[in-house]
Design a protein around this ligand. Structure first.
Ligand SMILES: [Zn+2]
Length: 262
């Protein structure tokens, strides 16, 4: 009895290691693998193997720029679980893209409309940026952007509304006196009266002492109780333009107003 040795061909034709396939073969393999469902165990095994390569310090197989672009394209828009997103976020924490990367990112974003942020996200961004120090260059460019935006009357109106609502300017402000700052001065508040006050105050700002001759303009004559109708001499005081606009200076002269004045 003779046994016939049938020469068996190994599944890999006896070849070991990485194979250099032709483009045709690679395309065939690729199309066959596309959409292939792998069991969770297999996926875990693959993931472990890849992680092992990274951990060992050995970079995975070199990929050409074209391949990397292809991989990247195929991954765009792939649904990512919340868990994975969180992991990605942790991995990126403290990551600083190089100038080149930032330019590239900016170019990709250009012309694309951004999804409207939820108020929750806005609050989160606001919390994260609060108190953050910005470089001079950044501040300059931000200023330029805002100046440009400010030219748009719609934007301006919106911003003024917003500022009014958060800073409580106008009627909502605790010190609102009914818009008196826009009321005209009464006829008693004459040029002659104002000059007499300046002369009484020896032509000096009664807060900082700057002489009128050092200023580009006359000293302001301030109503200490902020009532333009009260032109009692005690209620009037000379202040330079700069000091007149300081709330604490105004408050000081209001506090120290002689009680006898009516
Ligand atoms: Zn002054």
């Amino acid at each position: 009895m003779t046994t016939v040795q049938v020469p068996r061909t190994a599944w890999n034709k006896g070849k070991t290691g990485l194979q250099h396939h032709s483009l045709e073969t690679r395309t065939k393999i690729s199309s066959k693998l596309k959409g292939m469902k792998r069991s969770p165990e297999t996926r875990a095994k693959m993931s472990k193997a890849v992680a092992e390569v990274w951990r060992s310090g050995k970079r995975p197989r070199f990929r050409s720029i074209e391949t990397r672009a292809k991989v990247s394209r195929s991954l765009i828009g792939r649904p990512v679980s919340a868990e994975t997103r969180h992991k990605m976020s942790l991995a990126r924490m403290g990551w600083k893209p190089s100038i080149e990367t930032r330019v590239k990112m900016s170019m990709l974003r250009k012309g694309k409309s951004r999804k409207a942020l939820t108020s929750e996200t806005k609050a989160r961004i606001s919390r994260a940026t609060k108190g953050k120090k910005r470089s001079f260059v950044t501040r300059l460019s931000l200023s330029r952007i805002i100046k440009e935006k400010w030219q748009d009357p719609n934007y301006r109106e919106k911003m003024v509304q917003h500022l009014r609502s958060i800073r409580k300017c106008g009627p909502l402000h605790h010190a609102w006196k009914g818009g008196i700052s826009h009321k005209p001065y009464p006829p008693q508040f004459t040029r002659r009266l104002r000059d007499s006050i300046r002369k009484r105050d020896q032509y000096r700002c009664q807060w900082c002492g700057t002489a009128q001759s050092e200023l580009q303009r006359r000293l302001h004559v301030h109503h200490r109780d902020s009532n333009k109708e009260n032109n009692n001499l005690d209620n009037l005081i000379s202040l330079c333009y700069s000091c007149h606009h300081k709330k604490d200076v105004q408050a000081y002269f209001y506090r120290t107003l002689p009680i006898i004045s009516n």
